[in-house]
Design a protein around this ligand. Structure first.
Ligand SMILES: Cc1cc2nc3c(=O)[nH]c(=O)nc-3n(C[C@H](O)[C@H](O)[C@H](O)COP(=O)(O)O)c2cc1C
Length: 331
């Protein structure tokens, strides 16, 4: 059995860093692994892009050995193309599993029946999973929403179809595509799916604190817990979630100095990973925003950080901020 499936079958309730376009890239995945994420997943990669060999798609597939266990997530609505992409990814990149995205709500993806668009046609979902599973010897997993809209909301029915088609684990974000991110994720649906399926079910949605992870496990019986937005500027949430799951005291949030140190380490790795350092700094702005969220006078700092074009600029601004507050003696 693949190591990652053993993890899901074991008693520890693995914590997943969620697939997130533009966020769950290799440097952030490594950071979250260090802070206690047990499994990471790449952002979704277009099967068409993989098959055509576009440089951007291939870039998304790169990962470091330290990230394992890792899943590569693919999306598309053509079973043959999905199968070809899965075969290529398995052979060339050899992740620990291949995950299929049936959750993305973005208009341009749904329009072509990709992501959550597939949830309008469960026969198509079935065909895609079958095709992918036949094309790879790695475990095939899926990530779904509860339905396309209220009329098609049927988390258990969707889960059973995925299981029948060959999915080895299923992650559910219990909102529909029509919900986007509105309202609360319906954790009761995670419990229903967990109760109905024999494959491991990973719960996802609205984990903001370590305690939330424990609450989700206790309320739903899920085999794993996946965190997306709660990790933004807050990769140490995994350490706190692990403590909560184990019934141990929660490790404190890092102080500002420590937070900046982590942010800079993340930035350095992001620049080293990207082929174009200027692009890397621009792409990194969202993380700078998240790492400085809630700081006194944070808005002014963010305005300055968003104009930075080099790592040196970012370092100077963060050092200046600490020096102004007497947290750090100026160099
Ligand atoms: C910026 C961003 C990008 C995302 N990209 C993906 C993606 O590529 N694949 C996917 O399956 N879900 C994606 N999601 C959805 C998350 O994986 C997750 O299901 C959702 O955010 C709910 O979890 P949360 O409440 O912990 O944020 C994305 C979410 C965010 C916020």
């Amino acid at each position: 059995m693949s190591g990652f499936l053993e993890l899901l079958a074991g008693p520890t309730t693995p914590l997943y860093l969620a697939p997130q376009a533009g966020v769950s890239e290799s440097p952030f995945r490594r950071l979250c692994r260090r802070f206690g994420a047990d499994v990471v997943v790449s952002e979704f990669v277009s099967a068409a892009g993989i098959v055509m060999g576009t440089a951007r798609s291939r870039d998304y597939l790169r990962f470091d050995e330290a990230e394992r266990p890792i899943g590569i997530q693919i999306f598309g609505s053509d079973p043959t193309q999905m199968a070809d992409a899965a075969a290529f990814v398995s052979e060339v990149y050899a992740p620990d599993f291949v995950d299929i995205n049936f959750g993305c709500p973005a208009k341009k993806v749904v329009k072509r029946n990709g992501g959550s668009g597939c949830l309008r046609d469960l026969d198509l979902v079935h065909c895609i999973i079958r095709a992918v599973d036949d094309a790879t010897s790695l475990p095939t997993t899926v990530k779904v929403r509860s339905g396309f809209d209220e009329a098609t909301r049927d988390p258990v029915g969707i889960g059973l179809r995925c299981q029948d088609a060959g999915a080895r684990a299923l992650c559910i974000h219990p909102r529909t595509r029509a919900d986007m991110y509105a309202g609360d994720a319906r954790w009761s649906e995670i419990r229903d799916v967990t109760g109905a399926l024999s494959i491991p079910v990973i719960g996802n949605g609205d984990i903001r604190t370590g305690q939330d992870a424990r609450r989700m496990r206790d309320e739903t019986g899920c085999a794993g817990v996946m965190i997306a937005r709660g990790s933004h500027g807050d990769p140490w949430i995994f350490r706190q979630a692990r403590a909560a799951l184990d019934g141990a005291p929660s490790p404190a949030d890092p102080n500002v100095e420590e937070r900046f140190r982590i942010c800079l380490e993340h930035a350095r790795n992001a620049i080293a990973f990207e082929r174009n350092p200027e692009r890397a700094i621009i792409d990194f702005r969202k993380h700078l925003g998240w790492y400085t969220k809630g700081l006194p006078d944070g808005r002014r700092l963010r305005t300055e950080l968003f104009q930075a074009t080099t790592l040196h600029d970012v370092e100077s601004l963060l050092e200046g901020y600490l020096a102004e507050r007497g947290t750090l003696a100026p160099a």
